[in-house]
Design a binder for this molecule. Sequence first.
Ligand SMILES: Cc1cc2nc3c(=O)[nH]c(=O)nc-3n(C[C@H](O)[C@H](O)[C@H](O)COP(=O)(O)OP(=O)(O)OC[C@H]3O[C@@H](n4cnc5c(N)ncnc54)[C@H](O)[C@@H]3O)c2cc1C
Ligand SMILES: *[C@@H]1O[C@H](CO)[C@@H](O)[C@H](O)[C@H]1NC(C)=O
Ligand SMILES: *[C@@H]1O[C@H](CO)[C@@H](O)[C@H](O)[C@H]1NC(C)=O
Length: 538
Amino acid sequence: MFPFLLFLSIFTLNSSPFAAASDSIYDNFAYCLTTNGIRSDQIAKILYSPTNSSFSRVFEAYVRNRRLNTPTTRKPSIIVTPLEIQQIQATILCTKGSGLQLKIRSGGHDFEGTSYVSSVPFIILDTFNLRTISVDVASETAWVQAGATLGELYYRIWEKSNLHGFPAGLCPTVGIGGHISGGGYGSMLRRFGLTVDNVLDAQIIDFKGRVLDRKAMGEDLFWAIRGGGGASFGVVLSYKITLVRVPEIHTVFRVQKTEEENATDILYKWQNVADKIDNDLFIRVLVQPVTGKVKGQKIIRLTFMASFLGDANRLVSVMNGEFPELGLKKSDCLQMSWIETMLWWYNFKIGTANEALLRRTPDSVIFLKRKSDYVQTPIPKYALESLFKKMVQLGKTGLVFNPYGGRMSEIPESETPFPHRSGIIFKIQYSVNWEDEDPNLITEYVGEARDLYSFMTPFVSKNPRQAFLNYRDLDIGTTDNGKNSYSEGEVYGLKYFKGNFDRLVKVKTMVDPQNFFRNEQSIPTLNLQTSQGSKGRK
Ligand SMILES: Cc1cc2nc3c(=O)[nH]c(=O)nc-3n(C[C@H](O)[C@H](O)[C@H](O)COP(=O)(O)OP(=O)(O)OC[C@H]3O[C@@H](n4cnc5c(N)ncnc54)[C@H](O)[C@@H]3O)c2cc1C
Ligand SMILES: *[C@@H]1O[C@H](CO)[C@@H](O)[C@H](O)[C@H]1NC(C)=O
Ligand SMILES: *[C@@H]1O[C@H](CO)[C@@H](O)[C@H](O)[C@H]1NC(C)=O
């Protein structure tokens, strides 16, 4: 009977190896938390094992890209959802001994899921319970915790003052933790710069579990977490931001042009004005292959979406003076308050109550891939024409052109880790979305975005080909399971940070010498370059 028993036990083990392993991971982790002062009744509220009936719901609550949540993607071994700072400190200390990689999640909008996917066993530290926002209009500042969303921040500012705003992103469900630490931007960047140009203080928990504010962390680390990505340095708890003064009346417009309507000429002209026009004006262009009037035939459609810190009369006169080719009429314009522009950018229907900004979950989650580029000289007309042809041929990938200039070019490149400043006319986002679950489509859609990216090579920045950290793209380089050798890190690091990469490496080496805080594209430490960087690889 012995062989039979052996067979049985192997079979039992194999049938649920994951649950068995994860139970012991859970037990060990829970035990470690208790030895770090967390009571078991608290642990019961914040620690989820894969066998917990709420595990999938908690995991999926902040997954914003279905491409990274397929049946074959590795799921976390545990999820911790701290309610208090002490629980984050204990989680950091306990993760060290667990052999798990720590992934930190705020809004979960990372385009490559670096906050909730890994190729090695990992734990998610999810900050959604920590989302207090305190706005102080008298000092024109606010403290906002990492787990808050942009929509919540905008709403809380508006509750206190309709003459203040904050220059951050255009999607209300994006999280503060990733957005600000990654150098987030929004429609007021030409007037006020980026989020990180408007940050006064921060709180972070380091690898020793210490809570540090700006004074305690020092200017180097404070510099690094304003655009260098938080996840390389610690768990960001909160940022203190400066509110910016906004006028009572803002104006927005959306104007579309197809190729028959001189789209090429208009887009060419846009490249020559968008970064130089009045700093109160931000004109984004969506370049999209759409189905035209002739059945089934794809054509290119441009959508000019703009917001302006001023009224419609002034906007029309600015546009007539500098960009008459678009033919903007006053009837194309909608006047509204700043908070309403944030609803408009996210395509909420006009008149939607501001409370919509408090919704933490979008209506649907799709499959997507994003990439980015920077343009320093206008793309010639002939190239725009062949770009349109290429996009029609491919048929699925759209581009978003976001103008820079204004305040963006006044701030020195080394002021924050975000280096894409003076000389940048606009940023391109490559964008492909799909809803069909067929796994074979992933290669096809992602491949299309890569194809278009390669087509654009002659027309975008070179040496390095710059990229925006908050449009995370693992195609531009990764490390081996997040072990981060310097030479691997340098590949994507120079694209995201240019000359600031070296300072980020120095800060990283100083504040996290063991490279505890790491992911697929984190900042490498210097000592790993010699100790294990090239060993046994390539
Ligand atoms: C629909 C959509 C619209 C977007 N619009 C804009 C836009 O208008 N402007 C713009 O600039 N960007 C935009 N983005 C990109 C967005 O800013 C980045 O993806 C940002 O990093 C997301 O932050 P998050 O907290 O939601 O994401 P997460 O996935 O939670 O985090 C992103 C990264 O930051 C790390 N991180 C998160 N929280 C912490 C923390 N507390 N401490 C340390 N590290 C942390 C994560 O580990 C991960 O590496 C958009 C993204 C989406 C999906
Ligand atoms: C799941 O985990 C939560 C949080 O730790 C806990 O409150 C709940 O009781 C658990 N449920 C089950 C079925 O284990
Ligand atoms: C396209 O441009 C030409 C020359 O600038 C102009 O005459 C024509 O009216 C424009 N067409 C449209 C549809 O705007």
